[in-house]
Design a protein around this ligand. Structure first.
Ligand SMILES: *Cc1c(COP(=O)(O)O)cnc(C)c1O
Length: 427
């Protein structure tokens, strides 16, 4: 099965090889637990908008200022997407063209600073993102990144928070042109206001990378960086539950710089089918029910975290305020690596990713941690009871990881659980 029966049949007839793989992936998503913190299930309306003839159209430029003809309809689509996004976040200007969160970040750097300028961002091994200056990423080759990290873990669970004293010390010492707030594996609230004070003190611009919490901010359960940070970048496909892609919010004053950085600075023609799907997702996020969804994501994460804690895993940062639960495996089993845990959980139908924990003694390829997230399973309607169950399935799998039959038994229970929580109903 795929998006709908007629399109499924057309694809199956034209390209059975790809069609079969789409069917297999659909099956995988419907019968296993999706606990990757950056994933979600889009609505059927978002899926439908993604698969439209808008993919055929070249529309380099922006509404009203395109380089090709025939954009009368496309302009309306992109205008609606931009207007809805501004309404959703109370922003002055939106750019909905970034193909991905990484592109949004690159464009923000291009718009705000010059090559060689210093940027202060979160350490990768403490939860920062590749585009925050990883040696393997182009960002580190164009700009000079310096970093801040987390406070050390402590027994009270009040450690492993962003060390704001360190942010200020590093900012005073390095005098960055830009400070980046935001992370990819951090389970606590990040408040732009705390960073703004420091940015103002050192005369730096502030960028807030809301790739992960965008939906929580839109749903009103996390503080908004809009109106505080100079630029807010995010992905549309994580907690915001839209199609794969990125977006940027900024002030009227910076609008032209941001737009020029995306096109012609970084990208060619925008993906208008994706922009239409973004518009549909933004409309969904504007509904009152999205607030309930955002609150449920966090409530589920809190239950998942406490249940995993009760199973013997140490919770990095002592718990969660958002959709992410990061666990340190060493208290559960000092021999167990993130890599091995991820692999056996995959066999049990529990999809998650290994993750470094702060100051991880193991390599980023092996790791001592696992990252879980609740956005996708919350979309399917799972609640507290299911989170308790999921935590026990995770612990059971890892305890009996060398016992094939035990892992297979979990796999069957997972399929049974998923059968009651189908995001696409009878698709
Ligand atoms: C996911 C993520 C991105 C990049 O998004 P892509 O769409 O994968 O390019 C950027 N920043 C942070 C903090 C992220 O978590």
């Amino acid at each position: 099965m795929s998006q709908n029966t007629s399109e499924h049949d057309i694809l199956a007839a034209a390209d059975p090889e790809i069609s079969l793989l789409v069917d297999q992936e659909f099956d995988r998503q419907m019968t296993t637990l999706q606990l990757i913190a950056s994933e979600n299930f889009v609505s059927r309306a978002v899926l439908a908008a993604s698969g439209t003839v808008l993919t055929n159209k070249y529309s380099e430029g922006y509404p009203g200022r395109r380089y090709y003809g025939g954009n009368q309809v496309i302009d309306q689509v992109e205008d609606i997407a931009r207007d809805r996004l501004c309404e959703l976040f109370g922003a002055e200007h939106a750019n909905v063209q970034p193909h991905a969160g990484a592109n949004a970040n690159l464009a923000a750097y291009m718009a705000l600073i010059n090559p060689g300028d210093t940027v202060l961002a979160m350490r990768l091994d403490h939860g920062g993102h590749l585009t925050h200056g990883s040696p393997a990423n182009v960002t580190s080759k164009v700009w000079r990144f310096v970093d801040y990290g987390l406070t050390p873990a402590n027994d009270e669970g009040t450690g492993e928070r962003i060390d704001m004293d360190q942010v200020r010390d590093r900012a005073l010492a390095e005098r960055p042109k830009l400070i980046v707030a935001g992370a990819t594996a951090y389970s606590r609230t990040i408040d732009a206001k705390d960073f703004r004070v420091i940015a103002d003190e050192v005369g730096a611009l502030l960028m807030f990378d809301a790739a992960h919490p965008a939906g929580l901010i839109a749903g009103g359960v996390h503080p908004s960086p809009v109106g505080i940070a100079d630029v807010v970048t995010f992905t549309t496909h994580k907690t915001l539950r839209g199609p794969r892609g990125g977006a940027i919010l900024t002030t009227a004053a910076l609008a032209k710089k941001i737009d020029s950085a995306i096109f012609p600075g970084l990208q060619g023609g925008p993906l208008e089918h994706a922009i239409a799907a973004k518009a549909v997702a933004f409309k969904e996020a504007l509904q009152p029910s999205f607030k309930d969804y955002a609150a449920a994501i966090v409530a589920n994460a809190k239950v998942l975290a406490s249940s995993l804690g009760a199973e013997g895993f140490r919770l990095v940062a002592g718990g969660t305020d958002n959709h992410i639960v990061l666990v340190d495996l060493r208290t559960f089993d000092p021999e167990l690596t993130g890599k091995e845990a991820q692999e056996v959980l995959d066999l049990a139908g529990i999809t998650c990713n290994r993750n470094t924990i702060p100051d991880d003694p193991r390599s980023p390829f092996v790791t001592s941690g696992l990252r879980f997230g609740t956005p996708a399973m919350t979309t399917t309607g799972m609640g507290a009871a299911e989170m308790v169950k999921v935590a026990s399935l995770i612990a059971r799998t890892l305890r009996s990881r060398s016992d094939e039959a035990a892992v297979a038994a979990v796999r069957a229970e997972v399929a049974e659980l998923c059968s009651s929580f189908q995001p696409y109903g009878d698709l």
